[in-house]
Ligand binder design. Sequence first.
Ligand SMILES: [Zn+2]
Length: 147
Amino acid sequence: MLSQPKPRCAHCGDFLPFWPSRAIASICPRCSRPLALVPASISVARFRIFSVLHAAKIVLLPVVGGAIVAFGLARMTPSAFAYTVALVLLAWGVIDVWDGTAGLESGIDKRGRSIYTGKPARRLSVAKTIFGAASLALGAAGLILIG
Ligand SMILES: [Zn+2]
C-alpha cells in the first residue's frame, strides 16, 4: 500500500483533516481560504494543493505587464488600456476583499511567508479588505468613466 503524506493547506500550512472525494476545490477549515488541486505528475495520479487566491493574483500579473507593454508600443488604444486596468483592479479588489474577510472570519492571515494570528492578523485582514474595497471602487469608477 502506498503511504501518502497528509495534505496541508497551501495558505496556512495546517494539516487538512480530509479532502472531499473527487473534489478539485475545497475550503481550508482553519483559515477559510479556497484551495484547489493541480496534477503534479502526468504518469501517476498525484496532485498538489494550491491557494486559489494566491494563484489568481499571480495569473493577473502578466495581464497587467502585457497591457503596459502593448500600450507602450502603441499597439493598444488608451481606452482599451484603461478598460484592461479597470478589469484587473476589479479582479484584484475581489481577491483582496475575499482574502481579507476570510482572514477576519478565521483570525489567520498571511503576508509573504509569515503566518499571523490574533490581533496582527485582524489588522492585516482589515487593511486587505479596505484596500480591496478601494481597488473595487477604483475599477468600477474606471469602467463607468470609460463607458
Ligand atoms: Zn488554511
